[in-house]
Design a binder for this molecule. Structure first.
Ligand code: ZN
Length: 465
C-alpha cells in the first residue's frame, strides 16, 4: 500500500522501485486544474506533470512522502487534484503568542499536507499582535499583558519582556516575510482583524472608540468579554478603516476576515450614540446595528478590491451583500448562506475545533464546550451537508481547522493539538468523498508519522487510543 496523506484521487501501483531523477513537465491533463498533478514513477524515469507551479509543488509533496530514506520510490502512476480550493488552518496568536520562526515551521507542515490557507487570527481581547504604523499604541500597549493568564503555569511560555510583561508582536516587516514565505509554499495568508466584538485589546490602547470611553483592561480568561467598538461613532469606523488599509497593503489575500462573532449588545443598548445611530439609520434593534456595522466595513473592503469574510454571526440582522460566511456554530449558518448564494467556509465546532480535547483521558487541559473531538470524528467531517443542493454546492469553498489557543501556551502544545487531527482534515478537504476509508487512513497515518518526525512535529499519540 502506498502511504500518502492526503490520499490521491487515483493511484495505480506498478512493479519495481525507482531512484531516477524527477523530470517536470508542463501541460498536464486540463481536468487537473490549477492545483492538480500527474506523477509517473518508472524504474528509469520519474515524470511530474502539472498546469501550474502549485500543481508541481503538490506533486513534490507526494514525492517526498513516497521517497524512503535511501531515496528509492515505489513505481506507480498517480492522478491527483483537490476537492476544495480552501484547505485551511486558523491560529489564534492573541491568547498566546508564537514567534515568526514558529509560524514559518507551522506553514512548512501545512504545506506538506497540501493545506493552502493560513487564517491568522491576529487580534482579540487578550492581545493585539500586528504593527499598525498609524496607531503605534496598538502594539506598544496592547501587545503586552501583565500575566500569561487562563490559569496557566507562567513557565509554560518564554514570551516575556524584560519587565515581566507577557506577549509579543509582528512588525510589518515580519508580516511581509511570513506572507512571502507562505506564498512560496502556495499558502495564502488570510488576516483576521476582529470587530466589533473581541476588541478589548484595541480598546485598552484606544478607549475613545468604545461606548463608555473606558478605561479597559485585559482579563485573560476564556470566554466573551465586553470590549466592543462603538457603532455610533464615525471616528471608530475611520480608525478601523485606517487599520484595514494597512492590513490590505500587507496581505495580497482576496479575503479579509473581520471576525464579527460573539458581540454582546448590552454596551450598545446603554450607549446614546449607538441608539442615535439606530434611529438615524432606521434600524430595528442592536442586531440590525451589528449588520449596519458589517455592511459599512464591507463597503470599505470591497472598495479596495477585496472580499469580506466573517464568522456566522454576521448573518444576524441581515448579511452584507457580498459577504462570505465562516460557519462555526455547526453548519446551519453555512447552509443558509450557501443557499442564499453566498460563499461559505465550513469550520463547525463539531469537527473542526482543534482546541477541544482529543481523548477522554490522559490529555493536558483543553477547551471543553460541546464534547471531545477525536481524530476519527475529524475524519467524518463533510463540508457539503445534504441540505445544500447540488446547484449551490460550489458555494462551499472548503473548510478549516481552528486553533483557539487559550490553553496552548507554547508552540509544542499548538502542534500537539493540531496533529494528527490536521492530517485527517487535510484528507477530507483534498481527497474525493467516495475514497474516505477510516481503517485505510489509520494504516497510512502510521507510516505518515515518519514524515511528521522528519518535519520535527510534536503530535498527539491518539492513533491507538
Ligand atoms: Zn456606542
Amino acid at each position: 500500500m502506498i502511504s500518502i496523506i492526503p490520499k490521491p484521487v487515483r493511484v495505480e501501483e506498478l512493479p519495481g522501485q525507482s531512484k531516477a531523477e524527477v523530470t517536470i513537465a508542463g501541460n498536464a491533463d486540463p481536468a487537473l486544474g490549477n492545483e492538480g498533478y500527474e506523477l509517473h514513477i518508472a524504474p528509469a524515469a520519474v515524470t511530474l506533470a502539472a498546469n501550474s507551479p502549485a500543481g508541481v509543488f503538490y506533486g513534490q509533496q507526494t514525492l517526498r512522502q513516497l521517497r524512503s530514506a535511501d531515496g528509492t520510490m515505489p513505481c506507480c502512476r498517480i492522478w491527483d487534484k483537490p476537492r476544495f480550493g480552501w484547505r485551511g488552518l486558523m491560529v489564534d496568536v492573541s491568547r498566546h503568542f508564537f514567534t515568526k520562526d514558529e509560524i514559518k515551521h507551522f506553514l512548512d507542515v501545512m504545506a506538506a499536507h497540501k493545506l493552502n490557507v493560513f487564517h491568522w487570527h491576529l487580534v482579540d481581547d487578550q492581545g493585539w499582535r500586528i504593527e499598525i504604523k498609524r496607531y503605534p499604541k496598538l502594539t506598544a500597549v496592547a501587545a503586552w499583558r501583565s500575566e500569561i493568564g487562563f490559569g496557566l503555569d507562567p513557565g509554560a511560555s518564554r514570551c516575556y519582556r524584560q519587565d515581566g510583561q507577557y506577549g509579543g508582536l509582528y512588525t510589518q516587516a515580519d508580516v511581509r516575510e511570513i506572507v512571502a514565505y507562505a506564498a512560496s509554499r502556495h499558502i495564502t495568508v488570510v488576516p483576521e482583524i476582529e470587530m466589533p466584538g473581541h476588541s478589548t485589546a484595541a480598546l485598552v490602547a484606544h478607549p475613545e472608540f468604545g461606548c463608555s470611553g473606558g478605561p479597559y483592561s485585559f482579563d485573560a480568561k476564556a470566554g466573551i468579554t465586553h470590549g466592543i467598538f462603538c457603532a455610533g461613532q464615525d471616528a471608530a469606523f475611520e480608525f478601523l478603516e485606517n487599520i484595514l488599509a494597512e492590513v490590505i497593503a500587507l496581505f495580497p489575500s482576496q479575503f479579509i476576515h473581520i471576525g464579527g462573532d460573539e458581540v454582546p449588545k448590552d454596551n450598545w443598548k446603554k450607549c446614546q450614540r449607538c441608539q442615535q445611530r439606530i434611529r438615524d439609520e432606521r434600524l430595528k434593534n442592536e442586531e440590525e446595528l451589528q449588520s449596519y456595522f458589517i455592511r459599512r466595513i464591507e463597503k470599505f473592503i470591497n472598495s479596495n478590491g477585496r472580499r469580506l469574510i466573517g464568522w456566522d454571526e454576521i448573518l444576524e440582522g441581515g448579511l452584507a451583500p457580498n459577504a462570505t460566511v465562516m460557519s462555526w456554530r455547526g453548519v446551519k449558518g453555512g447552509i443558509a448562506a450557501a443557499n442564499a448564494g453566498h460563499d461559505v467556509v465550513m469550520t463547525p465546532t463539531t469537527h473542526c475545533y482543534f482546541d477541544f480535547y482529543q481523548a477522554h483521558v490522559g490529555q493536558p487541559k483543553a477547551a471543553y464546550y460541546q464534547g471531545i473531538l477525536p481524530l476519527e470524528k475529524v475524519y467524518e467531517f463533510e463540508p457539503v451537508p445534504p441540505e445544500i443542493p447540488i446547484e449551490h454546492a460550489h458555494h462551499v469553498l472548503g473548510g478549516g481547522g481552528n486553533l483557539w489557543t487559550e490553553f496552548m501556551p507554547n508552540y509544542g502544545h499548538l502542534q500537539f493539538m493540531t496533529y494528527p487531527r490536521a492530517c485527517a482534515l487535510a484528507e477530507v478537504l483534498w481527497s474525493p468523498k467516495e475514497s474516505r476509508d477510516l481503517a485505510d487512513f489509520k494504516a497510512r497515518l502510521k507510516a505518515h508519522t515518519k514524515l511528521l518526525d522528519t518535519l520535527g512535529v510534536t503530535y498527539a499519540q491518539t492513533l491507538d487510543a
